[in-house]
Design a protein around this ligand. Structure first.
Ligand SMILES: N[C@@H](CCC(=O)N[C@@H](CS)C(=O)NCC(=O)O)C(=O)O
Length: 264
């Protein structure tokens, strides 16, 4: 339990890199990939989102938004995937993932686009495919207080998405994938023929979309690019995102939704 670790230890006492994450989180996946790419030793702490550990007072002290990834490095807390990627790239520059100095601004624009769109693209598509974790009514106030964007999404769209909204979720992601495919038609990686943080940031979204059944046959360069990244040593047992989209998960969520305590 993540709060047992946090209860017994002061933030300043965390030495080295401690990542608070969840295996099935695409936002956390890109951090694990970068840590492995840079060969940084790190300690894993799983925050069980389904048990709402993200809203324990102990975890909220680290990340007041109640979300993963969050990281502590020698007592310094850094939250949110874009911030963590930026921090790691600066603090651990031995192995650099910024291969083109003249394209640094462009690189961070790609990273920002991959992370900023989380709720409006990835979460939207996740729920349109019935793989979104059902919202418990008694937890909604916590989302309202700590993670307003997710709260708004759950209330507005989470469980009563009409056909038009489902199509919109698909179109938003298609537009992103078209831009990526066009870029990869010219080169092996997003910025050129060398991997950068832009690739690390986007591949986490793409693999997530693959798990959700997004149709990729039109995006062959993107598929080759994912395979190229999967061949790298950084894609290993520490970083990998397990497949979470089985029919059983859908069935389980459907059963939960029959209970009164869940938002419909
Ligand atoms: N902008 C943040 C978003 C973080 C986020 O929303 N993470 C999700 C997991 S992918 C989460 O922790 N959700 C908690 C919840 O839904 O209760 C980032 O890029 O790290």
């Amino acid at each position: 339990m993540v709060f047992d670790i946090l209860k017994n230890k002061n933030i300043n006492d965390f030495k080295g890199i401690h990542l608070f994450h969840h295996p099935a989180s695409n936002n956390a996946f890109r951090i694990r990939l970068l840590l492995e790419e840079k060969q940084i030793p790190w300690k894993s702490h799983i925050v069980h989102l389904n048990k709402f550990e993200q809203f324990s007072s102990e975890f909220l002290e680290i990340n007041p938004q109640g979300s993963v990834p969050a990281m502590i490095h020698n007592g310094t807390v850094i939250n949110g995937s874009e911030n963590i990627l930026r921090y790691l790239e600066t603090a651990f520059s031995n192995i650099s993932l910024t291969p083109y100095l003249d394209k640094e601004k462009e690189m961070w624009e790609w990273v920002e686009a991959a992370t900023r769109t989380h709720i409006n693209s990835i979460v939207y598509y996740l729920y349109s495919r019935d793989f979104g974790r059902p919202a418990r009514k008694d937890k909604l106030h916590l989302y309202k207080k700590h993670n307003y964007d997710k709260y708004k999404f759950l209330v507005d769209k989470g469980y009563h998405m009409n056909q038009k909204e489902k199509e919109e979720a698909l179109i938003i992601n298609k537009l992103h994938m078209e831009r990526l495919e066009e870029t990869l038609e010219k080169q092996d990686y997003i910025l050129g023929n060398k991997i950068s943080i832009a690739d690390i940031a986007w591949v986490a979204n793409v693999i997530f979309l693959q798990y959700l059944g997004f149709e990729f046959f039109k995006y062959s360069k993107t598929i080759d690019w994912v395979d190229r990244i999967k061949q790298r040593p950084s894609y290993n047992k520490n970083s990998i995102m397990p497949k979470f989209t089985t029919p059983l998960v859908k069935l389980y969520f459907k059963m939960l939704l029959m209970k009164k305590s869940y938002l419909k």
